[in-house]
Design a protein around this ligand. Structure first.
Ligand SMILES: [Zn+2]
Length: 247
């Protein structure tokens, strides 16, 4: 293939722009914020699930407590009623009096047992509610960190995308000045050579594969016409001669 030496040199500029675009795409894909956001997102979900569990535990205890309070009320009402009967002196039979007094005693014990139970539940509930508050605080903090990280990611994306757009435009303009067959060869080689289609020959070394060319190859390049499109014998990339090629 033949191409004007100037066009061959401009191929190196095109390569520089394509490599810059590749680096931008790589940076966009591998932003540390992307992984951080995934982790934070999972953590917020997990904390949300934990909160639901502890909330359920709290409301179960709440129901138990209300039931106990209702039982305590019943016992108290019954006790007051007995006490009023006793105080009013309505009970005259010693047997009945004894029964009444013994019932009041037993109701007192029952009340005390129920109150102990209630206290135990209130203590459990306090632990559960403290845990609930800790989980809610942690969830809120994590959500804030998540939103900050998303903002940082979006700012980085915006910067990368602006850079990408600018470089793509320059690349398009430059590509438009190159002969189609040269461009097609460059694209083909680039696709199969880790994104590098054209490399400079620098002091006898291919800048694509970084190998030093041997004397035979260098002699062959020296004899080649200026407009001959050369390829590296090692990596098959388009080899562009420059003032520093050492030929
Ligand atoms: Zn090479």
């Amino acid at each position: 293939m033949k191409a004007a030496p100037d066009d061959q040199l401009r191929l190196l500029d095109l390569q520089a722009l394509d490599s810059a675009l590749d680096r931008l795409a790589h940076r966009r894909r591998t932003l540390p914020e992307i992984e951080q956001i995934e982790q934070l997102d999972r953590k917020v979900t997990q904390l949300g699930d934990d909160i639901v569990l502890v909330e359920t535990e709290d409301s179960d205890l709440g129901r138990e407590q209300s039931k106990l309070e209702a039982d305590i009320d019943l016992v108290r009402t019954r006790m007051q009623k007995d006490q009023r009967r006793l105080d009013a002196g309505q009970v005259s039979s010693p047997r009945e009096l004894e029964n009444l007094q013994s019932e009041i005693e037993s109701l007192k014990r029952r009340q005390s047992d129920l109150e102990d139970e209630e206290l135990e539940i209130m203590e459990k509930r306090e632990v559960v509610q403290t845990r609930l508050q800790e989980l809610r605080d942690e969830r809120d903090q994590t959500a804030t960190t998540l939103s900050d990280t998303e903002q940082r990611r979006d700012a980085a994306f915006a910067e990368i995308d602006a850079d990408h757009d600018k470089t793509t435009q320059q690349r398009g303009e430059l590509a438009g000045t190159l002969p189609e067959d040269l461009l097609a060869l460059y694209e083909k080689v680039r696709a199969s050579s880790s994104g590098v289609g054209a490399a400079a020959l620098h002091r006898g070394r291919c800048e694509g594969c970084h190998l030093q060319l041997n004397t035979t190859d260098l002699n062959r390049l020296r004899e080649a016409a200026e407009d001959e499109v050369l390829r590296c014998e090692e990596c098959r990339r388009i080899l562009v001669r420059t003032a520093e090629s050492g030929l």
